[in-house]
Design a protein around this ligand. Structure first.
Ligand code: SAM
Length: 219
């Protein structure tokens, strides 16, 4: 096992994020642009196997899924959705009626994708294990969703610009970011690539909060 993987396995999740942020802020200028992710398949698979993402099913997370689904519902012409970093497919349950929305969920974790695939076997849903940083869709979408994933990319703006090419005319991005330093970095780096059409902030009584934006690519 490589040393940095060993360290990542030992450190608690939040501390890992902090160490990773520090390393990237020091070395970001030397990284240049590569369509790369800060996560690895081994690490996220391990996270899912150990249940580290189980909290995503908790009630306190509900508001952001509800707002994202609301953005898709409000725009009545939404027939196709690409959910990047979809995890085990929690958001899919919120998109209604499911059979009228062609949905593709992409995640780096095979474990998460296997779980999602077991729950969803209908013809309008596909789950794909892939790195969103290099994933090339075979179609365009009405909405491309970045639900708590944008901060995993070294240069989120480049990812947004890449997926702008896979939006239908008048298609939208939906971006959810929790209130944390890594999110602020990702948003600072991305906001030049998008025009915000609408934004909602949600805050749970436990203190955790999110900003969810409906955006158009800035071409
Ligand atoms: C905080 S979780 C959010 C999961 C899901 N969007 C949700 O809210 O239920 C972040 C997810 O991003 C995935 N992820 C991280 N880097 C990724 C990448 N480069 N490509 C695809 N998925 C990635 C992780 O495996 C994880 O499932």
């Amino acid at each position: 096992m490589q040393a940095h993987h060993a360290i990542q396995r030992i450190l608690p999740l939040r501390l890992r994020h902090g160490v990773r942020e520090l390393a990237y802020s020091v070395f970001v200028d030397q990284l240049g642009w590569r369509p790369t992710s800060r996560a690895s398949m081994e690490i996220v698979d391990d996270d899912y196997r150990r249940g580290r993402w189980d909290y995503l099913n908790n009630l306190e997370e509900m508001s952001r899924y509800a707002v994202i689904a609301g953005y898709c519902k409000h725009r009545t012409n939404v027939l196709s959705v690409l959910d990047l970093g979809c995890g085990s497919g929690i958001l899919r349950r919120w998109l209604r009626p499911p059979e009228s929305i062609d949905y593709i969920g992409v995640d780096l974790s095979n474990v998460a994708i296997d779980r999602a695939g077991r729950e969803w076997t209908d013809g309008s849903t596909r789950f794909i294990a892939a790195d969103a940083a290099t994933y090339v869709p075979d179609r365009k979408f009405d909405v491309v969703i970045f639900n708590e994933v944008l901060y995993y990319f070294e240069q989120p703006s480049k990812i947004l610009e890449h997926f702008a090419g896979f939006l239908e005319n008048n298609g939208h991005f939906v971006v959810s970011l929790w209130d944390a330093p890594e999110s602020r970095r990702a948003w600072r780096q991305s906001r030049g690539s998008v025009r915000v059409v609408d934004a909602v902030q949600t805050r749970h009584s436990s203190g955790v909060s999110w900003q969810i934006c409906l955006c158009r690519p800035r071409l």
